[in-house]
Design a protein around this ligand. Structure first.
Ligand code: TPP
Length: 512
């Protein structure tokens, strides 16, 4: 058995059975091993940002890691932005990065780079395999590391001789490391605050706490005390009819400051104190008032569900019925506007859908219009690096073939990783992509004013995607995905309703 074979066998033993790949020479033994070992689904992405973003979407959907297969430092480098997004969402993931053979590396061949260094910035665990006999054990250690609560990126760098040499040894899965629990004093402190009443108290919950169970516990605490519930920028959040509603801290600084101005106590559950995306001249860096007292119910690595359960119990918060979030929104008519777009999406979301939202400016109204939609999961690229939406949709569809994925996708962000469409076509994935084609970097026009810069012609040209206009139906068609465009709400509703019923990918361009 060679090292590559021991790697594939060991990944499978650790439950890693899906690999998003963009291989090169140093990964040839890995891909060759796949033909001899059944059980690993390997999905080709035509750019590493697609590969890493797909692994992010897969990890968020299943809660378990996919592997990526990347080629040397430059391949890893191409995938870094979506690894950054995945790191921000605490997505479990195992990167396998093929690299120069140990004895060839000293000659400094062209693809040699500081692969470990580049990996370290996005990974919680990094190792370079040193010998064929330990590659299997390295793979098991990587899979274990990826699943340390709440999830992290583990990167295993594989010099090509450790892959092709004979002498590989398969490693059994290592045990899941226990998730630490919040100390009694953390729960007591939060309970003491909430017993005085929930007015002015915000319970801010982050990724691992945003499960159905976590939301139900949080809702009990809200109903017993009257506190506010806010979701930290989410990895994945269950939404729709019957699911407790969570607020979000708004993106725009002044709006965020106004929304949070009455906060006297902030209780953090697997979340960080909110900061603004950027500093702006003369504006605050956090939306939370300076005098707010901050309390830590659960640190990020502690079990947030256990902490919420103990808090609910300490407060004697009774069980509550699933909330009624009101009437489902209706299909929009007439002109395309953010409202007619959002109400149509809200009306048509099918049960169990995964919504990947990289709608940037046009989607700001979606929250309200989708709160009573059929139950679904919602994901946003978490680290602010645009270009996550299309790959995440691809990975989510690989992870959940029985669920519909709807990608609400701003056009500028779409162009970063547009090759995702080809993978969707090749794998016949049920992804419905809605391109919000405003032909601008709209958000940056607002940012220009926010930072107090003076827009001239050159600056404005840097935010304009016209000249030439992107033709989305033809881009999609060129990658094997059927597409159509809409310039009215009625046409959008017709296209979306039929796209959601068909097998395989479809792209709708909204001319907004
Ligand atoms: C990787 C990365 N590159 C660049 C940026 C800067 N950036 C933020 S938003 C944006 C444009 C977004 O435009 P689009 O996706 O079309 O959405 P719109 O603002 O038009 O709604 C850019 C370039 C970023 N956040 N991440």
């Amino acid at each position: 058995m060679n090292g590559a074979e021991s790697l594939v066998h060991s990944l499978l033993k650790s439950g890693v059975d899906t690999c998003f790949a963009n291989p090169g020479t140093s990964e040839m033994h890995f891909v060759a091993a796949l033909d001899r070992i059944p059980g690993m689904r390997c999905v080709l992405g035509l750019f590493e940002g697609v590969v890493t973003g797909a692994a992010d979407g897969y990890g968020r959907t299943t809660g378990k890691p996919a592997a990526t297969l990347l080629h040397c430092g430059p391949g890893l480098g191409n995938g870094l932005a979506n690894l950054h997004n995945a790191r921000r969402a605490s997505t479990p993931m195992v990167n396998i990065v093929g690299d120069q053979a140990t004895y060839h590396r000293p000659l400094d061949p062209p693809l040699t780079a500081d692969t470990e260094g580049w990996a370290r910035g996005v990974s919680g665990w990094v190792r370079t395999a040193m010998d064929v006999s330990t590659v299997g054990a390295d793979a098991a250690a990587a899979a274990q590391a990826a699943q340390i609560s709440p999830g992290q990126i583990a990167t295993l760098i594989l010099p090509s001789d450790t892959s092709w040499n004979e002498g590989g040894i398969v490693a059994e899965a290592l045990p899941r490391l226990p998730t630490p629990l919040a100390a009694p004093s953390q729960v007591d402190e939060a309970a003491a605050i909430l017993r005085r009443g929930g007015e002015g108290v915000v319970l801010l919950i982050g990724y691992a706490g945003l499960t159905e169970e976590g939301l139900v516990l949080a809702d009990r605490i809200r109903q017993a005390t009257g506190c506010r519930l806010i979701a930290d920028t989410s990895g994945r959040i269950p939404r729709g009819q019957g699911r407790p509603l969570m607020e979000r801290v708004p993106y725009v600084v002044d709006v965020a400051v106004a929304a949070m101005k009455d906060t006297r106590h902030l209780i953090l559950c697997s979340a960080k104190k909110p900061v603004t995306f950027f500093a702006y001249p003369g504006k605050p860096q956090t939306s939370i008032p300076e005098a707010t007292e901050v309390h830590l119910l659960a640190r990020k690595e502690q079990d947030p569900i256990d902490a919420l359960a103990r808090l609910a119990e300490a407060l004697g918060a009774p069980k509550v019925a699933a909330p009624n979030n009101g009437e489902r929104s209706v299909i929009g008519t007439g002109a395309l506007t953010p409202e007619s777009f959002a109400t149509t999406v809200g009306a048509l979301i099918p049960e169990g859908a995964v919504i990947v939202d990289e709608s940037i400016t046009y989607g700001r109204g979606l929250g309200g219009f989708t709160k009573a939609s059929a139950p679904h999961d919602w994901m946003n690229p978490s680290g602010g690096a645009i270009g996550g939406g299309m790959p995440m949709s691809t990975g989510a569809a690989v992870a959940a073939p029985d669920r519909r994925v709807i990608n609400l996708q701003a056009d500028g962000s779409a162009m970063y990783t547009v090759q995702s469409l080809w993978t969707q076509a090749r794998e016949r994935l049920d992804v419905t992509t809605v391109i919000l084609s405003n032909r601008k970097y709209q958000i940056l026009l607002g940012e220009l004013a926010n930072v107090g810069a003076n827009p001239g012609r050159t600056a404005l040209e840097m935010m304009d995607l016209g000249n030439p206009d992107l033709n989305w139906s033809r881009i999609a068609e060129g990658m094997g995905v059927e597409g159509a465009s809409a310039d009215t709400a009625d046409r959008f509703a017709d296209l979306l309703a039929s796209a959601l019923k068909r097998k395989g990918p479809f792209l709708i361009e909204l001319l907004i």
